[in-house]
Design a protein around this ligand. Sequence first.
Ligand code: HEM
Length: 368
Amino acid sequence: MQWSGAVGGAWVCGQYAHCLSLLRDSRLNSGASGDFADAGDGETVLRQTLSRWMVFRDGPEHHRIRQALMAGFGQIAAAEIHRRAAGVVTRLVDRFGQAGGGDLMREVAWPLPGLVMGTLLGVEEPLLDSLVGWTQTLADFLREAHPSPDLTARAMAALGEARELFAKLIRLRRVKPEDDVLSGIPRAGSGGAGLDDGELSLQCTQLMFAGHETVRNFAGGAVLTLLRHPDAVGELRRDVPGRIRAAVEELARFDSPARFVRREALEDLDCGGFPVRAGETVLVCVGAANRDGRRFRNAGDLDILRSDNPHLAFGAGPHACLGANLARILMQRLVARLLEVFPVMELRAEPEWSSNPGLKRVAVLQIG
Ligand code: HEM
C-alpha cells in the first residue's frame, strides 16, 4: 500500500490480503456516489446519472438493485444462458476460422459481449450495433478525466438513445414476458425489491457497459497469453474438457482484464498499518494482487493446472462481478473452440495496444 500523488492523490494497494479486506470492508464505498451539488453543466449531469448505476451505489440501495438484476438472470435457466452464450461464441469463432483467421479483436472479441448481453436482455440483432456504439461512447466518456464538450454531448445522446431502446423493450415485456433477463426483473411495487422502469432502463445500460470492455480485454489478453506460452497450450490441448475451467481461471489471474477498482473511505481506517483518512481514494489493484507471491505460489508463472486460485479478477465482496459466471462461460467456450478450429494457432504479427489506465487492452491481435 502506498500513497500516490500521480493519480490525483490516492492510496494504491496491490497486496492480496489487503485488497481482499478492502473489497469486503463496508467502511469504504464505491467512490462515485458523491455529492454532485454543482450539477448544471452537461458533464456533471451525465456523471450524476451514471453514478446511479449499481456498481456506484452502496448499502441497502445497492442491495435492492443487485437483487432485482440477479432475479432477472435467475429467470433464464443456467443451461439456457450457457447455450446462448456458447452459441454466439461458436458462431463468431467458426466464421473467423473459415476466413483463415485475422484480427481476433475485430472479428470475435469486439462483437462478442454486445451480442451475448443483447441476446440475454432480449435486444434484437439489428439494434445491437447501435447499442454497442452507444456503449462505446459511454466508455470513452468515463475513461476521460476531463472529457471534451463534444464527447460529453455525444455520451449524453448515447445514454438517452440506449435508455429509450430499453424503455421500449420494458414496455413490451410488461405486456408479453419472454425468456430473457428483462422479463425476470421485478418491478417496483410488485412486493419486495424491484425497479421502476426508468431505473431499469438505466441499469440495463450498465449491464451492457459492464461486460463490454472487460470481456473484450479478457479475450485479447487470454489468447495472447496462450500464444506466448506454447507449453501451456500443449498441456491444455491434452485434455481440453478437463482442463479448460482451471485454465480460464489462471488466465484471468495471470492477466487480469480490470486492473483496479476504486473505493473511497467513509471514515478513518487502518489498512495494514497505513492510515487511510475519511474521504481519501483507494485504488484496489486486483491485477497486482493476483500476482502477489505471498498468496500465489510461483505467482509470475502461468500454470493452467493451478488448483488453489482464489484470484480477484472479478472483484470480491458486495460488488463482486455479477457477470462472472457468464464471462467464464464465454471464455471457456472461446478458448476451447479456438483450439478446435486452429490445430496450430499462431501470432501473425506483433499485437497493437491501446492505452487505458483502468483497463489494459489489446487493440489488434492477428492470429491464424
Ligand atoms: C472478463 C470479464 C469481466 C471482468 C474481468 C469483470 C470484472 C468485474 C469487477 C472487477 C467488478 C467489481 C467492481 C467493483 O468492485 O467496483 C465487476 C462488477 C460488475 N460486473 Fe463484471 N466483469 C466482467 C464481465 C462482466 C459481464 C459479462 C457482466 C454482465 C452482466 C458484468 C457485470 C458486472 C456488474 C453489473 C458489476 C457490478 C456489481 C455490483 O456493483 O454489485 N461483468 N466486474
